[in-house]
Design a protein around this ligand. Structure first.
Ligand code: DQA
Length: 149
């Protein structure tokens, strides 16, 4: 059974209480449950992680690249939070790892402040999803499963 890595960046551990008008009231544990279900539907195993630290996210992306090369992982769903708009290191990690990666945002970043309109990740990502709320996570897993089939 192959794995999908769902990787969450800074402040996503606060889901549920963080700006509920923007991000909804579901917690990160609720998101993980949605992802477990989506992976089960597609015969995939879930690796679900969150970190507030850029380097930890870089390490996880590099690890995912090695796992994909070894044939044990089909790709990554990454919600990099604010690092989306600042991190050349994450851009380079995605490219360097050669991993299939979907950039995901719970909110529609393009309908928000101008500083959220630019993403360092999009040019390195296979696909980009924004604005579906937390339901975007299972949709992104379905998309990865489709791409891998
Ligand atoms: C986010 C959007 C980012 O701009 C923000 O910094 C986040 C969450 C989203 O899921 O909508 O932390 O990635």
């Amino acid at each position: 059974m192959k794995t999908v890595l769902v990787l969450n960046g800074p402040n996503l551990n606060l889901l549920g209480t963080r700006e509920p008008a923007v991000y909804g009231s579901q917690t990160l544990a609720d998101v993980e449950a949605l992802c477990v279900k989506a992976c089960a539907t597609h015969g995939l195993k879930l690796d679900f992680r969150q970190s507030n630290h850029e380097g930890v996210l870089v390490d996880a992306i590099q690890e995912a690249g090695r796992a994909q090369a070894a044939g044990t992982l089909i790709g990554v769903v990454l919600n990099a939070g604010a690092y989306t708009h600042t991190s050349v290191a994450l851009h380079d990690a995605i490219k360097g790892a050669g991993v299939t990666l979907i950039e995901l945002h719970i909110s529609n970043v393009h309908a928000r402040e101008a500083f959220r309109h630019h993403s360092y990740l999009s040019p390195a990502a296979k696909a980009v999803m924004a604005g579906f709320g937390v339901k975007g996570y299972p949709l992104a897993i379905a998309g990865l499963a489709e791409m891998a089939a």
